[in-house]
Design a protein around this ligand. Structure first.
Ligand code: PGA
Length: 251
């Protein structure tokens, strides 16, 4: 089953406007002949400006969060309609920093997932276990729960617009990466679990990214695993010279 590699950068809460525009311009130029799927997850305040830069390119513009409701009296929130209005095509949801720093529940994440999909946005749904959960042998159980809760009410048809990012929390921003074998094992489990939730066709087609200290040095081995179809990259996505080599895998 040939799945296209999908490499996404999660800029998190980094960069000023000039730096954001510079990086986006550099990526548009460097990736223009790239054969993989690309996305950058940009802070809200720079999305509109970066949208003008990536317009017409092969880079999908992503937000790092979205409101679970439509437009209205929701102070501080940004809606799916607003994201779509400025050319944003995707949203990262369920990131561990939102789960564990902000306290987002699986129920809220699911509301956002459904709202985004129903609004025509693609979703990059992040799941992954804490170190304590891995050490307790609960990694699969945690991922299964986050998948079934996060995808509740999402149809097989809508799964065409869903990417799963497996991000073991202990590997995010720590320099510790899961070994390719460990990552493959859980990716295989995730695909099998999606087959149970939906069917084999959905499971075969869903892109499952790995995230957690992915870089130029370890991406080839990780992406060579049969069930690792891409990466969600934080730290190494903040500079073109560290992100582009990952984007070029397989090209
Ligand atoms: P990292 O972050 O690459 O800096 O570990 C990945 C992520 O949180 O998406």
């Amino acid at each position: 089953m040939a799945r296209q590699y999908y490499i996404a950068g999660n800029w998190k809460m980094n960069k000023n406007k000039a730096e954001a525009l510079d990086l986006a311009k550099g990526l548009v130029e460097a990736l223009k002949d790239g054969k993989n799927k690309y996305m950058i997850g940009v802070p809200y305040v720079y999305l509109d400006a970066v949208a003008q830069v990536v317009k017409g390119s092969n880079i999908l513009l992503g937000a790092q969060d979205v409101a679970s409701t439509g437009n209205g009296a929701h102070t501080g929130e940004v809606s799916c309609a607003m994201l779509k209005d400025i050319g944003c095509g995707c949203v990262i949801l369920g990131h561990s920093e939102r789960r564990h720093e902000i306290g987002e529940s699986d129920e809220l994440i699911n509301k956002k997932v459904r709202k985004a999909l129903n609004s025509g946005l693609e979703v990059d749904l992040c799941i992954g276990e804490l170190l304590s959960e891995r050490e307790a042998g609960e990694a699969e159980q945690v991922c299964a729960f986050q998948l079934s809760a996060g995808l509740a009410g999402v149809t097989a048809e809508q799964m065409k617009n869903v990417t799963i990012a497996y991000e073991p929390v202990w590997a995010i921003g720590t320099g510790k990466t899961a070994t390719p074998e460990d990552a493959q094992a859980i990716h295989k489990f995730i695909r099998g679990y999606i087959a149970k939730l939906y069917n084999q066709e959905v499971a075969d087609n869903v892109i499952i990214q790995y995230g957690g200290s992915m870089n130029q040095g370890n991406c080839e081995q990780l992406l060579a695993q049969p069930d690792i179809d891409g990466g969600l990259i934080g730290g190494a996505s903040l500079k073109a010279e560290t992100f582009v080599p990952i984007c070029s895998v397989g090209c």
